[in-house]
Design a protein around this ligand. Structure first.
Ligand code: UD1
Ligand code: CA
Length: 449
């Protein structure tokens, strides 16, 4: 069955108390909306439609980066969830398949749950609603069920006391055939306590047409929606807990799971070892058997098998750490490749560079990659030896098996196998230190008299 997603993201989210649209607040490094889209992408949908409204321009810009194939439609006035879905009518015109409606502020829905909804659709239910047993049903819509499955959904505001006592609640996720869905939505009115067009009314309308409606349930935690910063912080904790458990189950060693922080797209291979207090930003891959030691921060990088990174290392976007390479303490690597077995062990900045296989970069080495206007590259050949405190003023090329003497400022290319020394010559003045010390002491005495 073909599927299309419609993700509602037009609401203001006023309880976030923020200038940023709610769905752009981040969970595990990615906007809430990206999490909802990813859940839906599990179904391999043919079309993804995002309904924007509050902060539409900003939301659309973000969508362009994490879901470039998605189509954004605007809901200029927020007249309710049915009205929101109706904004997708034109772009889904002629689409032959099921539409799944998700909320942009509900990040924990799993692909498995959505698959169960699709399965329920294919066994005859015209409308499938995702429900859950609510601990505190509060203002959730109540699912009124009968002998024939789901009869209707009633919003808390419009409920009788008996209906309010129902604990089976509406998550908001709904699946229905495209044509059926939009036929039903066209018949929804706003005669209710909020004066809004409720998507939930499609269930009662479907039943009037003799169509079957069903509830698929999931744990309440999956339907967790974010409305406040408090809830966002709780969601982050929940996300991290799940990610840590998943990593351990996948065969990753975490020496202190509670202090390992994952991004929503972190990929770590089996038998990798992650020390305490390691933070993964977006877009990191750590291969099997690599080790990331304590207090390291990684983003936009790739660490190959057998490499060791840290403690206290910072890998920034574009860092490619090759097999068995070594990045030690207080080393920052950005947009640079370290080939197999290369070592940068202490206190260095390697930016816009390529370090050849088995090259050794001494302590305090800096690639001077930025002239204030442009960035330039540094090339270091295989097996080169860069002495401590070398400044590599890019663009510059150090040949294979070349060396630099400590403290050298390299401004010209070094041929293969050559040694570069570029530092002021040292002169020793006999006895001068002692003489200088006596002069200084005498001066101090005179001052005190
Ligand atoms: C909705 C459901 C309720 C369910 C609850 C689950 C309806 C009428 N009610 O209520 O049964 O228990 O979600 O959280 O559907 N949105 C728009 N445009 C609009 C209105 C809403 O895009 O005009 C978006 C919001 O940004 C949000 C989602 O739809 O992501 C739900 O809207 P919200 O106002 O939070 O609905 P609830 O009243 O919570
Ligand atoms: Ca809500």
């Amino acid at each position: 069955m073909n599927t299309a997603l419609v993700i509602l993201a037009a609401g203001q989210g006023s309880r976030m108390n923020s200038d940023l649209p709610k769905v752009l607040h981040k969970l595990a490094g990615a906007p809430l909306l990206a999490h909802a889209v990813r859940a839906g992408q599990f179904l391999d949908p043919e079309k993804v439609v995002v309904v924007t409204g509050h902060g539409a321009a900003a939301v659309e810009r973000e969508v362009e980066t994490f879901a470039p194939d998605a189509i954004c439609v605007r809901q200029t006035e927020q007249n309710g969830t049915a009205h929101a879905v109706d904004q997708a009518r034109a772009v889904l015109d002629g689409f032959d398949g099921d539409v799944i409606i998700l909320y942009g502020d509900t990040p924990f829905i799993t692909g498995d749950t959505l698959e169960r909804m699709i399965a329920a659709r294919s066994t005859g239910a015209s409308v499938v609603v995702l429900g859950f047993e609510a601990q505190d049903p509060g203002r959730y819509g109540r699912l009124v069920t009968g002998a024939d499955g789901l009869d209707r959904i009633v919003e808390a505001k419009d409920s009788s006391p008996e209906e309010l006592s129902i604990t089976l609640c509406n998550s908001g996720v709904i699946a229905a055939n495209r044509a059926t869905l939009f036929d039903l939505i066209a018949r929804v009115n706003n005669n209710n306590a909020s004066g809004e067009y409720y998507l939930t009314d499609i269930v009662g309308l479907a039943r009037q047409d003799g169509l079957q409606c069903e509830v698929v349930t999931c744990p309440e935690a999956e339907t967790l929606g974010i409305n406040t910063r408090q809830e966002l912080a709780q969601a982050e904790t929940l996300y991290q807990t799940q990610a840590r458990t998943a990593a351990l189950e996948d065969g990753v060693s975490l020496s202190d799971p509670a202090s390992t922080y994952f991004a929503y797209d972190t990929v770590i291979g089996r038998d990798a070892i992650i020390g305490p207090n390691v933070v993964f930003g977006l877009d990191v891959t750590v291969e099997s058997g690599a080790e990331i030691r304590a207090f390291s921060h990684l983003e936009g990088c790739h660490v190959a098998q057998g490499a060791i990174v840290g403690p206290f290392a910072r890998l920034r976007p574009g860092a490619e750490i090759g097999e068995s390479a070594r990045v030690g303490n207080f080393v920052e690597v950005k947009n640079a490749t370290l080939d197999e077995g290369a070592k940068v062990n202490h206190l260095s900045y390697i930016g816009d560079a390529h370090v050849g296989a088995a090259a050794n970069v001494g302590a305090g080495t800096i690639t001077c990659n930025y002239d204030g206007v442009m960035k330039h590259r540094t090339e270091i050949g295989a097996n080169a030896f860069i002495g401590s405190d070398t400044l590599l003023v890019a663009p510059v090329h150090v040949g294979a098996e070349a060396m630099t003497a400590s403290g050298t400022v390299v401004t010209e290319d070094i041929p293969d196998g050559a040694l570069a020394i570029g530092r002021a010559r040292q002169e020793n003045k006999a006895g001068f230190a002692r003489k200088l010390m006596q002069m200084l002491k005498a001066k101090k005495l005179r001052k005190m008299q």
